[in-house]
Design a protein around this ligand. Structure first.
Ligand code: BGP
Length: 474
């Protein structure tokens, strides 16, 4: 049996605009929800402001300044042999307020330059439309995704970029980690929502989710009309949840933990609210207000593939147990697994299980668009960075991924480890929580030269890609 993944497998890496671009007010860009979020220490909630406080530090404002370094960064991706690069478009570069009538030409032109640069090296862009970024104006004026008007604004944005880039981008993702909206107690990143005391949280989250699901379906439909060759996917946080023991109650609990992800997967892939969705709505105690025609919209806008992030698994028990907490999801501690410095459980085989579960259930192609481990890197005196822990993490996950493809026959389009170049952490706003193959000289207070350098993992991943995943050795 071949130990190599197919030649058309999309090896690459992933980033998001608000975590890497910087230039937060350049080129006509409007303020986004990420631009009013401060940095913080691990485990502490990031403070969110209504507007910019001049004396506070906001990590997104400069981030790693990809806006001005994109040529250099893409050259490094090409050197590693990337076949694709997952990035996001900042909605606020295209429609600075979100409800503008016409798109901002300077913003559109910026992404033209980025896509042209990628194509120069034969790198396929994989573009997320909504990655933890939206116009702050839409939050202030309309209450964010609570309002159905957001659907129209989001579809206008999608159509503008689809028309503009129809010959430059083939692979699209609608909402990053759409299920974060219902899992997170404060879905600011995902949806610009902080629950108010006077509202029923469950109603708000399910209605906001319905609006995003409608926007996603209308986006998929519009995309296919603009270019039938587009491949448009959803994007879920996929979190594997094991029963902690063979006690039957643990199985029931562990299934319940999976409902939020299938809530979205079922609508976006199958095109309707399934039994799982009804069960989840009842568990939350919330209600979805549907309008005539909504069911038809959902049916017509099913996705071509499932993109997902995989970081960790949890072990669920009917008895109270110790918890592990990620940036969005949390769950029970598994005694068989190690955790990262940020407390995320490391489970390579869980990635194989995630692939199996998703493919067995949906039978559509899958795309791993995020995976990785945040770690602190040390720069040696000679400038080298020996990140053997990152190599080990990725080696084990790639090996599990290969087993899912080569043994379990999962249809997998590609693999994009998260933060292929160091960037700002979504959860904490830190820089020291690094994922990259490429080091960026910048610290948590915003100091540093922004100089890029290659870590050991850079050379390792280059070899992995060149061998089609066959050579995972040091
Ligand atoms: C996912 C997000 C990413 C990314 C990643 C790592 O949930 O889609 O934007 O940041 O997690 O998380 P963190 O940055 O909190 O370490």
């Amino acid at each position: 049996m071949s130990n190599r993944l197919p030649d058309n497998f999309l090896w690459g890496g992933a980033t998001a605009a608000n975590q890497c671009e910087g230039a937060y007010l350049e080129g006509g860009k409007g303020l986004s929800i990420a631009d009013v979020e401060m940095g913080s220490q691990a485990g502490v909630r990031r403070e969110i402001h209504d507007e910019i406080h001049p004396d506070s530090y906001y990590p997104s404002h400069e981030a790693i300044d990809f806006y001005h370094h994109y040529k250099e960064d893409i050259r490094l991706f090409a050197e590693m042999g990337f076949k694709c690069y997952r990035m996001s478009i900042a909605w606020t570069r295209i429609f600075p307020n979100g409800d503008d009538e016409e798109p901002n030409e300077e913003g559109l032109a910026f992404y033209d330059r980025v896509f042209d640069e990628l194509h120069k090296y034969g790198i396929e862009p994989v573009v997320t439309l909504h990655h933890y970024e939206m116009p702050l104006h839409l939050v202030k004026k309309y209450g964010s995704w609570r309002s159905r008007q957001l659907v129209d604004f989001a579809v206008r944005y999608a159509k503008a970029v689809f028309e503009r880039y129809k010959d430059k981008v083939k692979y699209w993702l609608t909402f990053n980690e759409i299920n974060a909206l219902v899992v997170s107690p404060r879905p600011w990143h995902q949806a610009g929502i902080i629950y108010r005391e006077d509202e029923n949280e469950a109603d708000v989250k399910l209605q906001a989710a319905h609006h995003q699901l409608l926007a996603s379906a209308l986006t998929v439909k519009a995309g296919h009309e603009i270019n039938p060759d587009f491949r448009i996917g959803c994007m879920l946080i996929y979190h594997v949840s094991y029963p902690r023991t063979c006690r039957p109650e643990d199985q029931i609990i562990s299934r319940e933990k999976t409902l939020p992800q299938f809530y979205f997967g079922d609508v976006q892939v199958r095109g309707y609210y399934s039994n799982v969705c009804r069960q989840y709505q009842e568990m939350c105690g919330g209600h979805v207000q549907m309008e005539p025609g909504d069911e038809e919209i959902l049916r017509q806008g099913t996705v071509d593939f499932i993109g997902f992030s995989y970081y960790f698994s949890t072990a669920e028990s009917a008895d109270p147990t110790a918890e592990v907490v990620g940036n969005v999801a949390k769950g029970g501690r598994n005694p068989y697994l190690q955790i990262t410095k940020w407390g995320w459980q490391i489970d390579p085989l869980g990635l194989r299980t995630a692939l199996d579960q998703l493919y067995d259930r949906y039978q559509v192609p899958l795309f791993i668009v995020e995976n990785g481990m945040g770690a602190i890197d040390t720069v040696e005196e000679d400038g080298s960075i020996h990140d053997s822990y990152r190599i080990q993490y990725l080696r084990e996950h790639i090996s599990a991924m290969k087993d899912a493809v080569l043994i379990d026959h999962v249809d997998l389009m590609g693999y994009c480890p998260w933060g292929c170049i160091d960037l700002v952490s979504a959860g904490t706003g830190e820089m020291r929580k690094r994922y990259g193959f490429i080091y960026v000289d910048k610290d948590d207070e915003g100091n540093g030269t922004l100089k890029r350098s290659r870590k050991d993992s850079f050379y390792w991943y280059k070899k992995v890609i060149a061998s089609g995943g066959e050579d995972l050795s040091d």
